[in-house]
Every structure is written in structure tokens, then in C-alpha cells.
Design a protein around this ligand. Structure first.
Ligand code: AMP
Ligand code: GLY
Length: 423
């Protein structure tokens, strides 16, 4: 089949690479893509932010499957825009994408379907004084979440009431734009986080390897939140028992609940989980693959990824397209521009991109671009260096050895990616 992937980060590089290895893939396109992706997929010269342009390209290039990488086009209804087209789209409809685009909606669905999550209450901007009163009586730390999409920045964990009240003011006064017009105030959950991706067709699903992200900029989970500084898979904290709990207490009730509302969930359901004392609570849902977990998870995938996603997109998931995960460990370390997640400089040439001949190493591109025939840095998260190994320790060692061979000015990375999994 012919496939178009929308997006241009490390996640999309991993998706395109997995598709390029699928028996059922014929022509593969990605837009806007990046220089790493262009080595394995064609880059159509289209404005991929314009749904009409994407639709026309899919018609003329006989695209069988469209895969949407990031959340924004899903929240804006790209899937609904393709109803009646020959192209199958992997991703949820606008109404189903509310699981990510409205934190309040996600909490309501969880409550209605008895999905374990933190206790919460939602307030509108005209309930500012009630929200402040609620915060004054809340245990600490307390978590405030802007309801809408806020590029991963809309969550504040306040350790004092003063901090919480200030955060509430900021949210209601537009610090996150319209996303903060409603604020979810919830209980802080203790435990270890993990992510599970469920490939869903509306009623049925399969889960990929579990993973753990490293969201903070500094070693030992210190400093500011980022888009993710590295990931590893599988996450040993997700035991067979935990996985069963995720299936029966989270994914299945959500699929049933969404179908009952008349908004069945098709696409990748990203379950962000908190695991404590062998039980699971949901931190958040995303309606797309995670970044950088996907970069670590997909090298373990055995089967025909293109066929699996296409079958889910047409609401008839073909579980035989997934032959399980290989019995190995995978680690992805992000090489970032020094200064990220605050201000950083870009445009620095990247050296050593071809220095890794090891079959078990993948260099994913994220914030890179080609300039005068050279690959230069163009974003905060520049590359993802991935390695697989027989043990997690081997994979960590190989990934760190591989990244030593790559250099650019102000290169920054965490030195403890995957260590949590060794404990
Ligand atoms: P979210 O955007 O909802 O994933 O939140 C971003 C991060 O904030 C999560 O990955 C957690 O590390 C943290 N977080 C969010 N909600 C909670 C909570 N209720 N308790 C503890 N940590 C949380
Ligand atoms: N890894 C977190 C995310 O993709 O949102």
C-alpha cells in the first residue's frame, strides 16, 4: 500500500522506519519530514498543515493509509475531514481526540467508566473564587492542569498553596491561551510513571512494548520539564499483572465508554500511567504515539506495522500483523541543544552522523535540517540515539557509546537514561 505520514520529529522518523520494514508498504511519503526521514521516504512538496492540500495529495498519489503523527491535526478534526475518502486514516476523530485535547473530558470519561485516576474537580474562569477556595483546602502537593492543548506545558505541580494560587491566576489570565479557560485541579499521585500504547480499531486493540520516558532536563529527574530526554522499553515496572490491569481497568473500559458515546476510539491510545504498590492510575491520555517512547518501542516490534495500522484504521484490527515484541531491550537517548527547554542557538553543523555502522544502533533525526549540503541543528531536541541489546544494561552501554561519535556545538544529553530500569 501507499502511505503518507504527517509530522517531522523523532517519533515520525521511528514510525517511517518501521513502515519501511513492513512487507505491505509500497510507496512511503512523509511531510514535512526531516533529513533522516528523507533517506527512507519521499518528501512531497505540500503544505501538510492544510487538510485540503493533504486530501488532494492523497487522491492524486493513491494513498491507502494516512498516519497522523502529532496531536494538533487530530484535535482539529483531520480524521473527520477524510470521511468518504478512499484513504484510511490512522487516528481518532475530533470527538475521540478530546481524550487529549480536553483534560476535563478525559477525567469525565474515566469517572463514568470507573477507570482509576486521581480525584479532581474542574473550574471555569468564572469560578475563580471557588477554585481558589478549593485550592486553599487541598492537600499538598496539588496538581493544576490547563484543560486544553498546551504543548506539554499546561501542568503545574504546586508544593505550596501560594504557588497553587499563583498558578491558578496565571492559567485563568491566559498564560496558556484558551487552553486555560478551564482548569482541572487534581490530587498528586505518588509512584513510577510508565507509558503503554494501545493500537485500537474502535472496539478491539493490541498493546505494544511498555516504555518509560524521562521528562526532566537534568539527571536524576531534576530541573524543568521537556518534551522527553530519553526512553527505554520494555519498562520492568510494567509486569504481566500490571499489564493485565491496564487492559481490563483502563483500555477496555475506555474503548467501551467511547463507543457507547458514539465516538469510537481508533488510533494509538497512549496511556500515561502512575504505578504504585502494584496498582495503576491514569495520569493522562494522548491520542497519538509518544515521543520519545516510540523511538524506543518500535525497534522491538515484530510483524507488519503498516498492515496493523491500516487494519485498525478500517476498524478491523488484524492482530496477526503483530507477532509480538522481540525479547530484547531498547534505549533512546536524546541529544539536545544546550539551553533547551529554554533559549538555545541552532544552525550548528552535526558531525559523525555516519559513524555508526552497528546494526543495533539507529540515529533518529528530530530537530535537524539540511543547509548547503550539510546537516545542522534546527531545534531543541536534535537527535535520538537508539540501541538495542540483550539486556537493558547492554542497550544503555551501546547507546552511550554511539552518541560519543556524534558531535555538535552545545550538545547536551542526560547521562542516566534507562538507569531507573536497572534497579
Ligand atoms: P500530563 O501532561 O498530564 O502528562 O502531565 C505532565 C506530567 O506531570 C506527568 O507526566 C507527570 O509527571 C506529572 N503529573 C501530572 N499529573 C500528575 C498527578 N496527578 N500526580 C503526579 N504527577 C502528575
Ligand atoms: N512522551 C510524552 C509525550 O509524547 O507526550
Amino acid at each position: 500500500m501507499n502511505i503518507l505520514v504527517l509530522g517531522g520529529g523523532g517519533r515520525e522518523h521511528a514510525i517511517v522506519l518501521a513502515l519501511s520494514k513492513s512487507a505491505s508498504t509500497e510507496k512511503l511519503y512523509c511531510s514535512p519530514g526531516n533529513p533522516g526521514i528523507f533517506e527512507i521516504a519521499e518528501n512531497p512538496q505540500i503544505n501538510s498543515g492544510d487538510f485540503e492540500v493533504v486530501k488532494q495529495f492523497c487522491r492524486t498519489s493513491l494513498i491507502d493509509l494516512l498516519i497522523v503523527g502529532p496531536e494538533q491535526p487530530l484535535a482539529e478534526g483531520i480524521v473527520d475531514f477524510f470521511i468518504g475518502e478512499k484513504t484510511a486514516v490512522f487516528g481518532p476523530s475530533k470527538s475521540a481526540a478530546l481524550l487529549e485535547s480536553s483534560k476535563d473530558f478525559a477525567k469525565q470519561i474515566m469517572m463514568e467508566n470507573n477507570v482509576p485516576t486521581a480525584a479532581y474537580k474542574t473550574f471555569n474562569a468564572d469560578e475563580h473564587s471557588e477554585a481558589a477556595e478549593y485550592l486553599r483546602n487541598h492537600t499538598l502537593p496539588v496538581v493544576l492542569k490547563a484543560d486544553g492543548l498546551a504543548a506539554g506545558k499546561g501542568v503545574i505541580i504546586a508544593s505550596t498553596t501560594k504557588e497553587a494560587l499563583e498558578a491558578l491566576d496565571e492559567m485563568f489570565h491566559g498564560a496558556f491561551g484558551n487552553a486555560g479557560a478551564k482548569v482541572v485541579i487534581e490530587e498528586f499521585m505518588y509512584g513510577d510513571e510508565a507509558s503503554i500504547f494501545a493500537i485500537c480499531d474502535g472496539t478491539d486493540y493490541i498493546t505494544l512494548a511498555s516504555a518509560q520516558d524521562h521528562k526532566r532536563i537534568g539527571d536524576g529527574d531534576q530541573g524543568k520539564n521537556t518534551g522527553g530526554m530519553g526512553a527505554y522499553a520494555p519498562a520492568p515496572i510494567v509486569t504481566e499483572e500490571i499489564l493485565k490491569e491496564v487492559n481490563t481497568k483502563v483500555i477496555e473500559p475506555i474503548l467501551k465508554g467511547m463507543a457507547k458515546r458514539g465516538t469510537p476510539y481508533c488510533g494509538c491510545l497512549y496511556c500515561g500511567l502512575m504505578i504504585c504498590d502494584n496498582s495503576v492510575k491514569v495520569v493522562e491520555f494522548n491520542v497519538r504515539f509518544g515521543d520519545p517512547e516510540t523511538q524506543a518501542v518500535l525497534p522491538l516490534f515484530k510483524g507488519d506495522f503498516a498492515k496493523l495500522l491500516h487494519s485498525a484504521a478500517i476498524s478491523k484490527i488484524d492482530k496477526s500483523a503483530f507477532s509480538g515484541n522481540c525479547d530484547l531491550h531498547s534505549v533512546c537517548i536524546i541529544l539536545a541543544s544546550g539551553g533547551y527547554p529554554d533559549l538555545f542557538k541552532k544552525g550548528y553543523p552535526i558531525m559523525g552522523l555516519d559513524s555508526n555502522s552497528d546494526q543495533d544502533v539507529i540515529i533518529y533525526h528530530a530537530g535537524t535540517k539540511e543547509e548547503n549540503g550539510k546537516i545542522v541543528t534546527s531545534g531543541g531536541r536534535v537527535l535520538g540515539v537508539n540501541a538495542i541489546g540483550n539486556t537493558l544494561k547492554d542497550a544503555i552501554h551501546s547507546a552511550y557509546s554511539a552518541l560519543e561519535k556524534i558531535d555538535f556545538q552545545n550538545k547536551y544529553f542526560r547521562t542516566d537514561i534507562g538507569y531507573k530500569g536497572l534497579k
